[in-house]
Design a protein around this ligand. Structure first.
Ligand code: RIB
Length: 307
């Protein structure tokens, strides 16, 4: 079983600022760092570092070859990353003193997918393989149609959320991984419980994973609901935390692990990622995540014994 992640590849320009600049104001940053990023790339890095066999499909410019090299170094199959005409997609990211961010995207080559490329890239995939999509490339609807016709399992991370997501053939999705804001937009509700209820009604065959920031995450499928708390840490940079969660959750599920195990690993991986700067560079490897989970379990067993 393989997973094809059809998604964006960005160069992230990360500015360290005291506070996120409001409209009409000019502020100075104390640092500029250039990182590998893009929701697609970050999720492929997380999948690969979590041990999954991942193929990444997408498009970069001549200025973005290092993004492809990073993915290859992580063990991802990069044969479906082509070089387009534009410059590589990029993100202008402000990170404030609390590690919170604000992001402006420039799509660049992330919007150069073509019908021909999609058909070629999906040619070797078949029933039982997985497809993962976010919302930073063009032609997502077409990719979903083709993958569905092949019997692939479609996972959608509807991020960043906009009108394009609402126009996708969402009934073909087997698993949604989304945050509270994305869930609210999709469900037309604001409270997490109502969001889940609405989405379960609308997509009765789909698994839902709703991330809730400091309140952890919830898995819901038919009558099963599993809640996972966060592993507290000192926040340095939240960029890419959701992508880390997504990659780790899916890699664990692809190994056949249950949703509870997958949520725990994903929460720990995301916690480690927010304690470090950058998006892709902050994503930990599986051995580190497993060791941190073991350590936390040992501590809580110790506490239980002392009770
Ligand atoms: O999810 C984080 C990512 O969003 C960044 O790496 C940036 O490139 C944007 O796509």
């Amino acid at each position: 079983m393989r997973i094809l992640n059809y998604g964006s590849l960005n160069i992230d320009y990360v500015y360290t600022v005291d506070h996120i600049v409001p409209g009409g104001e000019t502020i100075s940053s104390s640092r500029l760092q250039v990182f590998t990023g893009g929701k697609g790339l970050n999720q492929s890095v997380a999948l690969a570092r979590a041990g999954a066999a991942v193929s990444h499909a997408g498009c970069i410019g001549t200025d973005g070859q290092f993004l492809k090299e990073l993915l290859a170094d992580c063990g991802a199959d990069t044969s479906r990353i082509t070089t387009g005409r534009e410059r590589t997609g990029n993100a202008i990211i402000q990170v404030d003193r609390n590690g919170q961010n604000a992001i402006v995207l420039f799509s660049g080559t992330n919007r150069e997918m073509t019908e021909e490329k999609i058909e070629r890239d999906l040619a070797d995939f078949s029933e039982g393989d997985w497809l993962l999509l976010q919302n930073e490339i063009n032609l997502n609807a077409r990719i979903m149609e083709l993958a569905y016709a092949k019997g692939m399992r479609i996972v959608l991370n509807p991020s960043p959320m906009d009108e394009d997501i609402l126009a996708l053939p969402l009934e073909k999705v087997s698993c949604f991984i989304l945050n509270e804001l994305e869930g609210a937009r999709l469900a037309g509700e604001t409270e997490p419980e109502q969001i889940l209820q609405k989405l379960l009604q609308r997509f009765p065959e789909a698994e839902l994973v709703l991330t809730l920031g400091q309140d952890g995450s919830v898995y819901a499928y038919r009558d099963t609901v599993i809640r996972q708390g966060i592993f507290p840490c000192k926040t340095v940079d939240t960029t890419g935390a959701g992508d880390t969660f997504t990659g780790y959750y899916l890699a664990s599920r692809m190994r056949g692990e249950d949703p509870e195990t997958a949520m725990r690993l994903a929460a720990m991986a995301a916690s480690i990622a927010v304690s470090r700067p950058g998006a892709a560079p902050s994503i930990p490897v599986l051995s580190e995540v497993e060791a941190a989970v073991r350590e936390t379990c040992k501590k809580s067993d110790g506490l239980d014994a002392a009770d």
